[in-house]
Design a protein around this ligand. Structure first.
Ligand SMILES: C[S@@+](CC[C@H](N)C(=O)[O-])C[C@H]1O[C@@H](n2cnc3c(N)ncnc32)[C@H](O)[C@@H]1O
Length: 241
C-alpha cells in the first residue's frame, strides 16, 4: 500500500496544484486528533471535503509532559504509540492514504518520522513519498514582505524553548516557533516580525522594536486565541547592529 505525506500549508487556500492532484488520487486521508474539538483537525477536514476524501481521525496517544528532563524519551515513547495507531488504520484500510501535514512536512512535524518507522517495522508494508507545503516561516516572511535574512547571511530556526541558548551562542537572526507566548526577555533592542494564525481568518501581525511592541503582541495573541479558539505564532527576531 501507499502513503502520501502531503504538506497542506495553513489550510485549503494553500493546497498547491501538485498536492491537489495527489489528493484526488488517494482513497482516504489520515490525521491525528489531538483532543475533542481539535480546530486544526477541522481545517484538515475542510481540505478533505474540498477533494471528496474521507478523513480518518486517529486519536493522538497521550504524551507525558511531566518530566521535561527526559524530553527525548517521552517523545520517543509517544512516537511509538503513534506508529502503532497509524499501523492499525493502514492495516485495516489498505489502498492509498494521504497524511495531511500542517505547513510543510520538513519543519517541526513528526509525520515523516512516524511513516518511516511504519515502513521500517514492516508490519504493514508501505511505500511513501512527500510533497511540500507552505510553512509558517514562509508565510510570516510574505505577510511582512521581508527576506528572512540579510544578503548572504544565515537564518537560525529554533523552538522557543531554545531561544536563550541560540542568543547565547551568538545567533542574531532567529526564527522562533513552538512558543506559548512571546518571551523575548533581554531582547528589547532587537527587531521583531511576529504573526499568529497566519493564513487564516484570525491572522494577526505585529512588527517593530521588541521593547515597544511586546504589549501589542500580547494583545494580538489573546485576540487570535479568542476569535479562533486556538493560537499558533511565529516570529523573526533580529539583533540591530
Ligand atoms: C508543530 S509546528 C508545525 C510547523 C509546520 N510544519 C510548518 O511548516 O510551519 C507548529 C508551530 O508552527 C508555527 N505555526 C504553524 N502554523 C502557524 C500559523 N498559522 N501561524 C503562525 N505560526 C504557525 C508555530 O510556531 C507553531 O507553534
Amino acid at each position: 500500500m501507499r502513503v502520501r505525506v502531503l504538506g497542506i500549508g495553513m489550510g485549503p487556500r494553500h493546497v498547491t496544484a501538485e498536492v491537489a492532484e495527489a489528493l484526488r488520487g488517494c482513497d482516504y486521508a489520515v490525521a491525528a486528533r489531538k483532543r475533542e474539538g481539535d480546530e486544526l483537525l477541522a481545517l484538515r477536514r475542510a481540505v478533505c471535503d474540498a477533494y471528496g476524501l474521507p478523513l480518518v481521525a486517529v486519536p493522538d496517544p497521550e504524551r507525558d509532559r511531566n518530566d521535561p528532563a527526559d524530553y527525548p524519551a517521552a517523545v520517543a515513547a509517544w512516537h511509538e504509540a503513534r506508529v502503532a495507531a497509524y499501523e492499525r488504520v493502514l492495516g485495516e484500510r489498505g489502498g492509498t492514504a494521504a497524511f495531511l501535514v500542517w505547513g510543510d512536512p520538513a519543519l517541526y512535524d513528526s509525520t515523516l518520522r512516524i511513516v518511516a518507522r511504519v515502513a521500517e517495522r514492516g508490519v504493514v508494508p508501505v511505500e511513501y513519498d512527500v510533497l511540500p507545503g507552505i510553512s509558517a516561516p514562509q508565510l510570516l516572511a510574505a505577510r511582512h514582505r521581508i527576506v528572512l535574512h540579510g544578503v548572504g547571511r544565515p537564518v537560525h530556526v529554533t523552538p522557543a524553548r531554545r531561544l536563550n541558548e541560540a542568543v547565547a551562542a551568538g545567533q542574531d537572526n532567529i526564527v522562533v516557533m513552538l512558543g506559548s507566548g512571546p518571551v523575548f526577555e533581554g531582547l528589547e533592542e532587537w527587531s521583531v516580525w511576529w504573526g499568529a494564525n497566519l493564513g487564516t481568518d484570525t491572522e494577526e501581525l505585529v512588527a517593530g522594536r521588541v521593547g515597544d511592541v511586546l504589549p501589542a503582541i500580547g494583545a494580538a495573541r489573546a485576540r487570535a486565541r479568542e476569535r479562533a479558539g486556538w493560537v499558533m505564532d511565529a516570529a523573526l527576531l533580529r539583533r540591530n547592529t
